[in-house]
Ligand binder design. Structure first.
Ligand SMILES: [Zn+2]
Length: 422
């Protein structure tokens, strides 16, 4: 539409003189105000006749990327609080989801609005931005958030209580009750210099997930059963990870959280389909051993694989020898690469790094190590448990355990069940 058409539409909606509206519109557009926003501000200037928010009131399901000022009424499902750095400044933001009868939508609030899960609120003048391919409400200075006249009923979980297995990357304002299975203190080079953080593994009845605590809480100690409130979920090495921040609370529970069985057993096809799991078990036949297996060199700076003394990031380096296997495993439903680290590789090879170096020196060929591993593994059935990540290049399982499936009838039955998808 041309400016003239917009002015025509506005003038007729608002019952004011078209020439006047057009002059105002032209003025705003000249100052680079987007057309939608310009029209909204003129609606406000001339007083919008619509009693309940006028033309900008939307159902949640109708909010679209590209909308500017919208008004929605919905129930607050979750409220997460966190500090982010934006354009060089720290901001405390609120984020979560709201829902009405038509659907749910995430929001980010740049002001500390007084909202709690379960509140029905009317949000006026929210911006809309794109977040992970979905529209998201952006609540800023010009937005008002007021209690709605009447509560509305929604078909959605109110509050942030979740099982670990239900968490997905991007979730905010979540609460979990977990056993701290592993915890390690790390010093990292953060945005404000050296920072101490905690990282490790949490478990509940449903599954296990990695976590990071950016503002170490004393209650997070190995073996403790705790309730963590106001955590958010970010991807870490291809799986969702629980992030605990300065705004999270951690309280010791007066019960012990009993973790479920480790390693959810899945057919490989189903495992790959999940897009990544922290703790999964698969059984399949080793089809082949990929390049980069056997005796390898790593950059001492970054730990990545180096070729002929060259690291892709650090150039020529004094490399360290290491052992690794990348085995292609198939169970008839799918294929993935099982990655064995130094210890598991030493087990299947039957020797450590020093043995492998001696082996390579004697043969005057490094490839003999991978060859020995190939002979040991290919064609046999193995059970692998570990962390699965899936990306455009394929599916990788970083193995924690890797064991041959024996002639034991239980093993065979389990392998068969996994194959038929149980
Ligand atoms: Zn490097």
């Amino acid at each position: 539409m041309e400016i003239d058409d917009h002015a025509e539409e506005l003038a007729s909606d608002l019952g004011v003189d078209k020439a006047e509206v057009k002059a105002d519109l032209e003025n705003l557009v000249e100052y680079s105000v987007p057309m939608d926003e310009a029209k909204q501000s003129l609606r406000r200037k001339y007083g919008d006749g619509g009693g309940d928010g006028g033309p900008s009131a939307r159902n949640v399901a109708d909010v679209a990327i590209g909308d500017s000022n919208v008004t929605v009424t919905g129930v607050v499902l979750t409220v997460g609080k966190r500090s982010i750095r934006y354009q060089g400044e720290d901001h405390v933001i609120l984020e979560g989801e709201i829902a009405d009868e038509t659907g749910r939508i995430s929001y980010t609030a740049w002001e500390e609005f007084d909202i709690e899960p379960g509140d029905t609120v009317r949000i006026e003048n929210a911006g809309v931005r794109e977040w992970e391919d979905h529209p998201e409400l952006n609540l800023g200075e010009r937005t008002s958030v007021e209690p709605a006249e009447a509560a509305i009923e929604v078909d959605a979980t109110i509050g942030g209580d979740r099982n670990l297995a239900d968490l997905a990357t991007g979730d905010r304002g979540v609460n979990v009750e977990v056993l701290v299975q592993e915890v390690e203190t790390k010093v990292i080079d953060g945005r404000d210099g050296e920072t101490t953080i905690l990282s490790g593994v949490l478990a509940d009845e449903s599954t296990r997930l990695p976590f990071t605590d950016w503002d170490p809480h004393d209650a997070i100690a190995e073996g403790a059963s705790v309730r963590i409130e106001n955590a958010f979920v970010r991807e870490f090495r291809g799986v969702p990870a629980v992030n605990v921040s300065e705004f999270s609370t951690v309280d010791v529970l007066d019960r012990t959280v009993e973790p479920g069985e480790t390693g959810e057993r899945l057919a490989i096809g189903d495992a790959v389909e999940t897009g990544g799991r922290f703790d999964v078990e698969v059984t399949g036949t080793v089809l082949s051993i990929r390049d980069g297996s056997g005796l390898i060199e790593r950059c001492p700076e970054c730990g990545r694989i180096a070729q002929n003394g060259q690291c892709r990031s650090h150039g020529e380096v004094d490399t360290e020898d290491d052992l690794r296997v990348k085995a292609i495993v198939d169970d008839g439903t799918g294929t993935l690469t099982v990655v064995l680290g130094r210890d598991l590789t030493a087990e299947v090879y039957g020797g450590d790094v020093e043995d492998a170096k001696e082996h390579a020196r004697d043969a005057m060929d490094k490839a003999v190590v991978a060859e020995a591993i190939r002979e040991e593994l290919v064609g046999l059935e193995y059970r692998a448990r570990g962390s699965l990540s899936v990306d455009d290049f394929g599916a990788n399982l970083e193995a924690e355990t890797f064991e041959p499936v024996g002639d034991d009838p239980v093993d065979r039955a389990e392998a068969l069940l996994a194959e038929v998808g149980e």
